[in-house]
Design a protein around this ligand. Structure first.
Ligand code: PMP
Length: 438
């Protein structure tokens, strides 16, 4: 019996043993195409010699130095790289060990910002239903996964949730997609009025919704309207790019494609590409300056912030991403979308095929014309995962647990190094899986 505390206590997990390129191998030698990069993590694939060399060199030279006493060359270099590549005025980078830590740091920074500038009455966050921002208590509060939240509801920060921007589910009476986007963005304004805008700290959203909806991009104009509302009421905009960032959608930062800037952005997953646990919270000079001019101390921190070995991995990864791999992700993403549409465009149970870059979602529905979801009780996502694993495809099916209404989807987030024949491999494996399950 395993003594590892597995998340799914009733699942027998296979042991992953070797990673090579876009494939994983279990302890029995069975091969799996890494169709979701774990959870949109492994953007470079496995066994990248440059990242391995960078990590090995750093661990040999200086594995760790506590940030109370030292900064380090890899941390300084990575911050410079990220700031140089980021849109807008994102000017400071706070390194952490993963996505939830990045979101938690963002929420605390936003609250402290308003304390520093003399607005301590601001205490609410507004986020969106059908989102996921992490599992620590603050991050969990801003997420919309009812099932994950319910046990902890009595001990969480109060957060209001508004609608996500999800075109085909939400458009009403022939409304254009632009009008739909404006209408759901205006829910933010209504919620601000309800709470009292002077009590609100920030609005939190994923530019492209990942785990909970399956790679759902916003409609045009939605985030511009959101930015306008945030500016009008002086609240901060926190964009969570933990999953959709680091090139996954075909640009280094997903929100570049929305033509807006953020006050705070969180990244993780693809930043370490699985070679090291690392995340980051980036903020504008203005937000940082308020702390610097005020108490001079961000009231937050962890032992492993700015970890030199993790930052060395981050540098090697970002060098590759900005050296042409992000563009490759965009090209391969278009090919994957075209292949998925060709195979499943008319499938009776596929309601939508969407996404950007190598971040794609297939919506699985009872009926493709009405988009009626499968009954969540059917546990379709679990069945798909099991069938996918036995067919040598590691993919990321979700469903039913988000708000009890929205159904099943499969999220694809393969490594950016994937080749044309691997596009065909993913599609043919998915076909086998859907033939068996749907
Ligand atoms: N934000 C988003 C958008 C995510 O997708 C995730 C992880 N799926 C997180 C935050 C939390 O990241 P982590 O699991 O590294 O704590």
């Amino acid at each position: 019996m395993s003594h590892v505390f597995a998340r799914h206590s009733r699942t027998d997990l296979r042991q992953a043993s070797i990673g090579k390129g876009a494939y994983l191998y279990d302890a029995d030698g069975k091969e799996y195409f890494d169709g979701s990069g774990g959870a949109a993590v492994s953007c470079l694939g496995h066994g990248d010699p440059d990242v391995i060399a960078a990590v090995q060199a750093q661990v040999a030279q200086l594995a760790y130095a506590h940030t109370s006493f030292f900064t380090s060359q890899p941390a300084e270099e990575l911050a410079d790289r990220l700031v140089a590549a980021a849109p807008g005025d994102l000017d400071k980078v706070y390194f952490v060990s993963g996505g939830s830590e990045a979101v938690e740091a963002a929420l605390k920074l936003a609250r402290q910002y308003f304390v520093e500038v003399g607005q301590p009455e601001r205490r609410h966050f507004i986020a969106r239903r059908q989102s996921y921002h992490g599992n620590t208590l603050g991050a969990l509060a801003t997420g919309g996964n009812v099932w994950r939240k319910q046990a902890f509801a009595p001990i969480m920060v109060e957060t209001s949730l508004i609608s996500p921007c999800y075109a085909y589910r939400g458009q009403q009476n022939g409304e254009s997609s632009f009008d739909y986007g404006q209408r759901v963005a205006n829910e933010l304004e209504a919620e601000l009025q309800r709470l009292g805008p002077e009590t609100v700290i920030a609005f939190v959203a994923e530019p492209v919704v990942g785990a909970t909806l399956g790679a759902v991009p916003p409609v045009e104009g939605y985030f511009k309207r959101i930015r306008e509302i945030c500016d009008h009421y002086g609240i901060l905009l926190i964009l969570d790019e933990v999953m959709c960032g680091m090139g996954r959608t075909g640009t280094l930062f997903a929100h570049e494609q929305e033509g807006i800037t953020a006050d705070i952005v969180t990244i993780a997953k693809g930043l370490g590409a699985g070679y090291q646990p690392i995340g980051a919270m980036m903020c504008t000079g203005r937000v940082h300056q308020a702390i610097a001019d005020g108490s001079g101390f961000f009231q937050h921190g962890h032992t492993y912030i700015g970890h030199p070995t993790a930052c060395a991995a981050g540098n090697a990864v970002v060098k590759k991403l900005t050296g042409g791999l992000v563009e490759r992700c965009a090209v391969m993403g278009d090919k994957l979308q075209a292949a998925l549409e060709a195979e499943f465009g008319q499938h009776p149970h596929i309601g939508d095929i969407r996404g950007r870059g190598l971040f794609r979602g297939l919506e699985i529905v009872e009926d493709r014309t009405t988009k009626a979801p499968f009954d969540p009780a059917k546990g379709l996502n679990k069945l798909i995962k099991k069938t996918a694993m036995s067919n040598g495809l590691a993919c990321y099916p979700m469903g039913g647990t988000v708000d009890g209404q929205h159904g099943d989807h499969v999220l694809l987030a393969p490594p950016f190094i994937m080749e044309d024949d691997q596009v065909d491999e993913v599609v043919s494996k998915l076909k086998k899986i859907f033939d068996a399950v749907l």
